[in-house]
Ligand binder design. Sequence first.
Ligand code: NCD
Length: 331
Amino acid sequence: MVIEKLKPLFNYEELQEKSVSGNGMAGMDILSVQQFDREMLAYIFARAREMREMVQRVGEVDLLKGNVLTALFYEPSTRTSSSFIAAMERLGGAVIPITQGVQFSSVSKGETLADTVRTLEQYSDAIVLRHPQIGSAKLAADYSAVPVINAGDGAGEHPTQALLDLFTIREELGHVDGLRVAMVGDLRNGRTVHSLTKLLLHFDVSLRFVSPEILRLPLNIMNQVIDAGIDSRETHDVADVIDNADVLYVTRVQKERFADLAQYEEVKNHYEITPDLMKRAKEKMVIMHPLPRVGEIHYAIDDDPRAAYFRQVQNGMYIRMALLAAVLGRA
Ligand code: NCD
């Protein structure tokens, strides 16, 4: 009886048909959110929803069978690396994981990023790269014949995170146009903030940037916000934005980007979102965080239905499945 009520199983044939129609992303490097327009976003989000349905109904398909992804991480990662691995495996592909042990690879012998990439592309169909230097993903892409996906280039960008963040906003609140989004924390060094801000410029949103003085959004990104004609304001105090925000996007102070650790100590505990503060927030709003959190969101908020950060984590896998299928020409 239960079975009769179910819709047909995930339509693998349909996914394959779409791969024939193509969407222009096959073979594409994903280096910055600037590569995406609203049409591409809608396309990726539609594929991500299909991936979600497929995972929930059947768990895996062999869409990317025979494909190999190298996950090359020069900086620590939990969610980004494991979600890329899960994404590839759920699509029937395989992964070369250089995620925990770059120090055990030839990088520790002094090999350049260019040589490492030129080696790994011989084995793989795509490379996902996290590296401490701004511009490293672009450099890797210049050397690689296979698509390179930027999983964070220092304090630069983190485009796949921004896509999953935007997808989460869309799925949680039903739309993006018309929303008031407040970004809180280390806006200077937080690459997820940089990418998400740029992506939101495609929408009719208003933006609030909340940070200590030394962690303000970089000027070049603020100028893009202004040029896009987006309503925006900067403040030091979460209390200024909490009543009206539809999205509160909280970030950690990026300790690893500070040359002067004394300065980090000064600002590290600047914000904590507490249950008391949440009493002032709208009933229908979402609180998000790219994670890891190190004290910015009180644990008592986790049970609040507005706390979306673990749902955000799950969306990451669906978005990365959609992106992998797209760049490998199967979506
Ligand atoms: C973020 C990152 O690495 O930029 N983490 C992530 O990918 N989810 C945020 C952070 O480290 O603070």
